[in-house]
Design a protein around this ligand. Structure first.
Ligand SMILES: Cc1cc2nc3c(=O)[nH]c(=O)nc-3n(C[C@H](O)[C@H](O)[C@H](O)COP(=O)(O)OP(=O)(O)OC[C@H]3O[C@@H](n4cnc5c(N)ncnc54)[C@H](O)[C@@H]3O)c2cc1C
Length: 483
């Protein structure tokens, strides 16, 4: 079969493009992903902030798509049942000499089209955030800033694309690209060859590799690692806005923010590295973020309240700009490269922009039966007692708690497994329903979740993985018993 479009990468960019392309009639689209699930690259490890859009350079594509993506978020999250909250962000100034920088950010934000920006005095900002450092001299307030579940944003867009006919192939690593004399692309993977008329390169930190395979005009992406600490629910209300320091050349700096699930997140650092797989945190990184987060927020006891740490890799292109376009010297090849922050915030707008460009080039017309909405997994802990009882009567699996820290039931895990593009690993379950995301970090619920995966999918216990590949949890059977 020859696809019309093959998208490389099932991160938030690939998923947004897939969803938008799924609106069109007579367009066969396939997403190839080297990992075992969607949301396995940078889209799973970031600050989860929907940026307001004052940070990106005026007139840049980054600024335009950030502001547009931010504006699209309410409707998208409503349609696809994605946890999202406009909690507002504050860029705090603690040194007198930083005050002009605050005004520059304000001016840039206004030019970028960010609404309702305001510069707050020391008293105003302290009234809004009592735990802010006494050194705070003022802040830029952006009420349109928000927090989102990055996993569900990615998963929901992919699920919805799949429901609308897009194929997804996991554990399928693209190795080589070649175009034949008829203009058809041959995509060699570890899982056979795929043929397509058009390719969308949404491969995150590897987007330069595929661009450079087909084009003479080379681009270069550096992996810029950011370390994080996630703090316990107990700290979830320590601040209510996203607290940024003033940005630097390396990025937006170490933030302190509530998450949409009631934790507190602290990070990221910014270190340029060579290895595009190096997502382990470092002691230096964690120490750095502890020191920097303490400059804006008082008595933030990261060391005592941390429940996990992780790192993500920004796909930093040398020009520090999104590269979203047809590649001139490789007809039929489309880049979504250099999608670093604010890539998450911009993703709905990136999807819309790419689809518009495909629509114009291929004269596409929309399906009349496109499904725009998705119903998310029921979160039982958010239901009233009466609603829970009703649910349990219909399906007793909603009466069994599997993850005690996050109060996740077996019913929710079953839904995560059996819905379109369902979970096949512990992390797949975790990202869909948060089982294993709490204080004990899956210490208690892993065996139970493994049993459910084993029973529902018929995967032998020894083959169940944390996140695909060789991340098996148990190696072999030591005693008798069922599979
Ligand atoms: C530290 C940090 C903080 C951030 N904070 C924010 C924030 O708060 N707000 C915001 O808006 N943005 C933020 N971002 C940016 C945002 O996370 C990214 O822009 C976004 O996730 C990029 O999505 P993507 O789909 O382009 O890349 P990815 O999510 O990396 O997806 C690319 C996919 O391609 C796959 N792939 C790669 N090579 C191959 C191959 N050979 N074959 C098949 N598949 C392949 C990968 O496995 C991966 O799944 C942050 C990023 C980092 C690192």
């Amino acid at each position: 079969m020859v696809y019309d479009v093959v998208i490389i990468g099932a991160g938030v960019t690939g998923a947004a493009v897939a969803r938008e392309l799924s609106r069109y009639k007579d367009l066969n689209v396939c997403v190839l992903e080297k990992e075992e699930d969607v949301c396995s690259g940078t889209s799973k490890a970031n600050s989860a902030i929907v940026h307001a859009g004052f940070d990106a350079a005026e007139g840049s594509l980054m600024a335009k798509l950030n502001v547009e993506g931010n504006e699209m978020m309410d409707e998208l999250c409503e349609d696809l049942d994605i946890p999202f909250k406009r909690n507002g962000s504050l860029v705090v100034c603690i040194h007198k000499e930083e005050l002009p920088g605050l005004k520059d950010l304000y001016d840039r934000g206004v030019k970028n089209g960010v609404k309702d920006l305001k510069i707050l005095s020391k008293e105003e900002v302290k009234a809004m955030e009592p735990n802010l450092s006494d050194n705070a001299l003022g802040a830029l307030y952006a009420p349109t800033g928000g927090i989102i579940c990055p996993f569900i944003l990615n998963i929901a867009m992919a699920e919805n694309a799949n429901v609308n006919g897009v194929d997804f192939r996991f554990n399928t690593e693209v190795e080589n690209l070649r175009k034949d004399e008829n203009g058809i692309w041959h995509i060699r993977t570890n899982n056979g060859e795929y043929l397509t008329k058009y390719i969308v390169n949404a491969a995150g930190v590897y987007a330069d590799k595929f661009h450079n395979m087909v084009s003479e005009k080379k681009i270069h992406i550096t992996a810029r690692r950011g370390d994080y600490c996630l703090l316990d629910h107990e700290m979830g209300e320590y601040v209510s806005h996203t607290i940024f320091p003033q940005p630097t050349k390396l990025g937006k700096g170490v933030l302190v923010s509530p998450t949409v699930h009631g934790n507190l997140i602290v990070g990221p650092t910014a270190v340029d590295i060579e290895d595009k797989e190096a997502t382990a945190t470092t002691a230096d990184g964690i120490n750095d973020l502890m020191e920097k987060s303490g400059m804006n927020v008082d008595n933030l006891n990261v060391r005592r309240k941390v429940i996990t740490s992780f790192a993500g890799l920004r796909a930093h292109e040398d020009g520090h700009e999104f590269i979203i376009n047809w590649v001139d010297d490789a007809p039929g090849f489309f880049d979504c490269a250099g999608i670093e922050s604010p890539g998450l915030s911009s993703s709905p707008a990136i999807g819309r922009m790419v689809a518009k460009m495909f629509k114009e080039k291929l004269s596409l017309s929309e399906k009349s039966d496109w499904i725009s909405k998705r119903k998310g997994i029921v979160i039982t802990k958010e239901l009233s007692i009466e609603e829970r009882n009703e649910l349990i009567k219909k399906n007793p699996a909603y009466g069994t708690i599997v993850c005690r820290c996050e109060s996740i039931t077996e019913g929710e895990i079953l839904d995560a497994i059996h819905r379109p593009l369902g979970a096949r690993s512990l992390d797949g379950v975790k990202r869909r329903v948060r089982a294993g995301m709490g204080r004990c970090q899956a210490g208690f619920c892993s065996p139970k979740t493994m049993e459910i995966l084993n029973r529902e999918l018929g995967i032998p216990m020894e083959k169940i993985t944390k996140s695909g590949g060789k991340s098996n949890i148990v190696l072999e059977r030591t005693k008798g018993g069922r599979d």
